[in-house]
Design a protein around this ligand. Structure first.
Ligand code: SF4
Length: 349
């Protein structure tokens, strides 16, 4: 098990629930927009938000934003150690740096000193795009081994400065490389690991790559906090991260929806019903671990989906609502959705 660090009031590692992160994409100097976007992310289930800090004005803006948001904030810094120091002074709950691009050891030391004064974690983040030259030469290119070596080297750099309030991340947009690099790092450190597939792409591709790349890690217990990275509204990242954790049975209060592929027996608009159930469950923000089955027919529906907590199975112009394999009632097709949601809500409230 990894060590545990605290990012504001959110525990990372050491058996804590896997926290979901996202990153704002509005201007980092637009206080109002930042607060608006962070509030939307928090409402969607984001546990920790990251904000890019490209200049001093952005570092200053953090101070005002921090007073208006309810979730911990991570300042993302590249190149200039003074921005990291300023962001920490503005109240960042954690900072993300790549020591390799912050400058010499003295500059990194300044950041470590500021972080240690407030006892906030530093996320040491390395990317396949910014590996050290000597590591690339040694490995004959950018490799999983090289990525892991860079991460462990940069962790050691800060550990040797006497600070171990650390989280590590290593990211590649290459799913296989990402996987192997994480495997190596997880065997070489006890620090919590932030996982993600970087630059994963547009919504569909980003979801595919992230699911393919992160599920094998999560199922092996690798990953203490995660971000789905997509070219989209960041709220989509949070929704998908929640769904992925629910599918893997790792969510705190995640709804898992299963639906049959339909066949010649299907007599209702099952695709529409399954999509509507998914949408309503997201809107209702039900924070319970439940599985809902949306099945095309009553012949196999309740039987095939015996383990589901709730389910519907279609018939000709009507459907049945069942729970744990037992039929509760028969309902006209047009009322199936509302009846199902009503039964679930009445049960869990
Ligand atoms: S549940 Fe019924 S409709 Fe759906 S695939 Fe199975 S047999 Fe076909």
């Amino acid at each position: 098990m990894t060590k545990q660090v605290m990012c504001g009031n959110v525990a990372i590692g050491g058996g804590a629930p896997i926290s979901i992160q996202s990153m704002t994409n509005v201007s980092s100097t637009d206080e109002k927009e930042l607060v608006r976007q962070i509030s939307s992310l928090a409402a969607a289930g984001c546990d920790i938000v990251r904000v890019a800090v490209p200049d001093m004005e952005a570092a200053e803006t953090l101070k005002k934003v921090k007073k208006q948001i309810a979730i911990p904030l991570v300042a993302d810094i590249h190149f200039d150690y003074r921005l990291a120091v300023a962001a920490i002074a503005s109240g960042a709950d954690k900072i993300r740096i790549n020591p390799g691009n912050i400058g010499d050891a003295n500059r990194v030391r300044e950041v470590v000193k500021a972080a240690s004064e407030r006892n906030i974690p530093i996320r040491v983040g390395v990317n396949s795009g910014s590996l050290e030259k000597d590591i690339i030469e040694k490995n004959g290119g950018v490799t999983a081994e090289g990525l892991a070596e860079s991460a462990l080297r940069n962790l050691r750099l800060i550990e040797d400065m006497g600070y171990d309030n650390l989280v590590v991340s290593l990211k590649s947009s290459d799913v296989a490389m990402n996987y192997h690099a994480h495997k190596i790092v997880s065997e070489g450190t006890e620090h919590p690991i932030h996982i993600g597939i970087t630059e994963a792409g547009t919504i569909r591709r980003g979801q595919l790559k992230s699911a393919a790349g992160l599920s094998p890690l999560l199922l092996q217990g690798i990953g203490d906090t995660m971000r789905i990275s997509m070219t989209a509204d960041p709220v989509e990242e949070v929704i998908f991260a929640k769904e992925l954790l629910a599918i893997l049975g790792m969510a705190e209060g995640g709804v898992n929806i299963v639906s049959c592929p339909t066949c010649g027996r299907t007599k209702i608009d099952l695709q529409g019903l399954a999509e509507a159930v998914e949408k309503r469950m997201n809107e209702e923000k039900i924070a319970h671990n439940i599985t809902i089955a949306v099945m095309g027919c009553a012949v196999n529906g309740p039987g095939e989906a015996k383990s589901a907590d709730y389910g519907v199975a279609g018939g000709q112009g009507k459907g049945i609502i069942f729970s744990k394999g037992k039929i509760i009632k028969t309902t006209p097709e047009e009322h199936l959705l509302d009846e199902l949601i009503g039964i679930i809500k009445a049960d869990i409230k």
